[in-house]
Design a protein around this ligand. Sequence first.
Ligand SMILES: [Zn+2]
Length: 154
Amino acid sequence: MNIRKLSAGDIIESRCTRCRQVLNHRIVAMVAEKVVRVECNTCGGTHNYYPPPTAKEARAAKEKKEASPKTPRSASSTPRTSRKDPTEADRDEWRALRSSMAIDKAVVYDMNGKFRSNALVDHPVFGLGIVKLLIPPNKMQVLFEDGIKLLRCQ
Ligand SMILES: [Zn+2]
């Protein structure tokens, strides 16, 4: 099989059983023209000669490796976060506050009116709302059933 004439003491490539890779080995024993035992130059271990894989074998091993990637694609995809729609969160907040809203104490909305934080507002279009934030000089955020609206005030 080997065209090159080898003899004990020569350095050839062999698969090393300990290093688990193709490394240079020194021929320890030969039977006729066949290498039978080699000594690993890397780990110094002596073992039977295992010829390095042929180009065809190496290609087959590579294809096998590529066919089964180590990291599955599903693991890298980020799971969908179930984030709540901010408008929906506002509606929930409004519904939660609705029972504590005293309609008779609601101040009818007027763009020239003065409002305090947490004041109850009765708006002709949006209905009942609570002043969440006063934004000087003349704006306020009011939480209505439809969500937070920016309204004018004094
Ligand atoms: Zn070795």
